[in-house]
Every structure is written in structure tokens, then in C-alpha cells.
Design a protein around this ligand. Sequence first.
Ligand SMILES: [Zn+2]
Length: 98
Amino acid sequence: MEDREYGAYEGERRRGGPGGRGRYQRRRFCAFCVDKVDHIDYKDVNTLRRFISEQGYIDSRRRTGTCARHQRRLTLAIKRARHLALLPYTAEHVRRFS
Ligand SMILES: [Zn+2]
């Protein structure tokens, strides 16, 4: 996960497009919409983790391509999971767990 900055640079350079949106997750569509997921399970830690930055923050919509509707549910699920200690709050914990 240390390829964060590198990935951003690479993406911008390679694509040369505006906005520098070529991130490691070049998902243009909402992953949940694609999978036709309606309910995001807070117990599905593996899925939730994909939407959390290495600092432990919830990734922004622009970064993951999640639509507003699912982003809301995702945020809720992540907060719930954190509350139940299924997900870490900080990077420190991320390292300890993985
Ligand atoms: Zn969606």
C-alpha cells in the first residue's frame, strides 16, 4: 500500500488527462451498483477495507467511484464495523491486524 504517491504520479503521467484521476482504483462505476448490492453488510470487512485508505479514513467517492447512494451506506457500514471493532480507526491498528 506504499504505492500511493507513486500510483498517483504514474497515473497522471501516463494518461496525461485532466484532473489526474488515474488512481490505483480506476473504477468509473460504483462497485456496489455493478454487483447489484443493495445492502452493504458491516460484517463484510473484506469489502469495507477496500474503501478505507491506509490511514484508516473512508475513501472519498471521487477516489473509489462509489455513487452517493452507496457511499452513504458504505460510510454507515464502516462506522458500524468500527464501532464493533471489526475495522480499525487508525493506521496503527491496520498494521497490527494485517
Ligand atoms: Zn452505487
